[in-house]
Design a protein around this ligand. Structure first.
Ligand code: EPU
Length: 419
């Protein structure tokens, strides 16, 4: 197993280039199941989760060619309609094949994802929406089985905003008979990116990016080529890193509009931000000011940046709070940051953060993707050498993390753990 070793105390300087979005790429890849033609994606990030989705598509009979940052996918015929436990347990986003499989194939059997480190993460809303569209859904032996000769359009009102739920139903509705209206839809940029690809494939979708999406189902979809949008969470992570190391970094290839809530918070803590077309310059403040944050669905402050921003606030000159409203257990980074000298107190879904002068290095353990990013950030500012274990989590969502940080002046390397 690998660990990341960081010698802290160096401000990040220079440029960091952002890759394609993981959470856009995964549903875009699943959309290839909806047509027998070729779907090509460019600006695909090289990540473990992308490889897992590629393996899953191959199991289902999609012919894929994954080369560098480009993938070509052709689902001439769906050979198998089952997403097996072995792949779904590696990546919950595998549930994204459910909607397309039922829509194209009339049936699907997908292992239930179960909970993960950050919460229970049910999929009841995906299933209820498919039932509303006429699918028969049952749970058996840890699998969800859904079938329907042809899905029909329906009015779906999601109880809570769900990103992959919106994406699953949008894909299913693209081939359904009649009109589907999704209310309280997720407004995340990744949902809009998926709608853009589906429309290129011949779907009739309007309103994506707003809370009401209308989909007029069509008989057939065709092939398309699409560039995956930039990863706003990767961009946000490096923006926070630049601010907290008191660095000066130009983050390149980022859609600045998609990180607006973060930019506001970085300004609140005293950072200087300059935005250009597809670039953001972040200059860290001399003194980090405290602030209060509450995570929310887009366009609010992203839960996927909560852990990283908490690391920054551990060094603020005063007391801050972070309230997590999306996931019930997304504070796994807290005890690890405390081991590095942070002063954090958890009260329900809020963490009270009393700023300290310095973090100190310590061996720490990553528990999930964004928690591991927060520990990398902590290592960048800590006094001494920090070892971060279980880094396979970070490889799920950050392409070439050590290389990008090293280029910006950090002392980071990957090493093998002997025991
Ligand atoms: N929820 C339900 N029932 C459902 C679906 C969701 O109660 O059927 C609840 C969840 O338990 C949660 C809330 O709704 O409390 C929002 O969950 P959502 O469905 O939006 O999350 P997701 O689609 O499973 C995606 C991202 C996550 C990101 C969340 C929130 C992908 C592949 N994953 O997950 O990304 O945190 O939206 O923005 O798009 C990450 O990249 O680190 C990550 C975890």
């Amino acid at each position: 197993m690998d660990k990341i070793v960081i010698e802290g105390g160096r401000p990040l300087k220079g440029k960091i280039k952002i890759g394609g979005s993981k959470n856009a790429a995964l549903p875009l890849m699943a959309a290839s199941l909806l047509t027998s033609d070729k779907v090509i994606l460019t600006n695909l990030p090289k990540l473990c989760d992308v490889k897992t989705m590629d393996s899953l598509l191959e199991v289902l009979g999609v012919q894929t060619t994954l080369l560098m940052n480009r993938i070509s996918m052709q689902a001439k015929k769906i050979k198998r309609f089952e997403a097996p436990y072995e792949l779904v347990r590696k990546m919950r986003a595998s549930i994204l094949v459910l909607g397309p499989l039922v829509a194209r194939n009339g049936k699907a059997r997908v292992s239930l994802p179960g909970g993960c480190a950050i919460g229970a993460r049910p999929i009841n809303l995906h299933l209820k929406a498919l039932e509303d569209m006429g699918a028969k859904v049952k749970l058996a032996e840890g699998y969800v089985e859904a079938s329907c000769s042809r899905l029909k359009g329906a009015r779906i009102v999601f109880d809570v905003v769900t990103v992959t739920g919106t994406e699953n139903i949008m894909m299913a509705a693209a081939l359904a008979k009649g009109q589907t209206i999704i209310e309280n839809a997720a407004r995340e940029p990744e949902v809009l990116d998926l709608a853009n690809l589906l429309n290129k494939m011949g779907a009739q979708i309007s309103g994506a990016g707003t809370a009401v999406i209308t989909i007029n189902g069509v008989e057939k979809l065709h092939g398309a080529t699409h560039r995956v949008i930039a990863d706003r969470i990767e961009a946000g992570t490096y923006m926070i890193a630049a601010a907290m190391t008191r660095g000066d970094v130009m983050i390149e290839d980022v859609e600045t509009e998609y990180v607006a809530a973060l930019i506001q918070k970085l300004k609140d803590i005293g950072a200087t931000i300059e935005t250009y077309a597809n670039k953001v310059r972040v200059v860290g403040p001399k003194e980090i000011l405290p602030t209060d944050i509450k995570t929310a669905p887009y366009p609010g402050f992203a839960t996927d940046l909560q852990a990283q921003f908490m690391t920054l606030l551990t060094l603020a000159n005063g007391t801050s709070t972070i309230t997590e409203t999306i996931f019930e257990n997304r504070f796994m980074h807290v005890p690890e940051l405390v081991r590095m000298g942070a002063d954090l107190q958890v009260e329900g879904n809020t963490v009270i953060i009393r700023g300290v002068d310095k973090l100190q290095s310590a061996p720490v353990m990553a528990s999930d993707l964004r928690a591991s990013a927060s520990l990398v950030l902590a290592g960048l500012v800590a006094r001494g050498v920090t070892d971060i274990h279980r880094v396979y989590h970070i490889d799920r969502g950050y392409e070439s993390v050590e290389r990008k940080l090293r280029k910006a002046g950090a002392r980071v390397k990957r090493a093998k753990v002997k025991y």
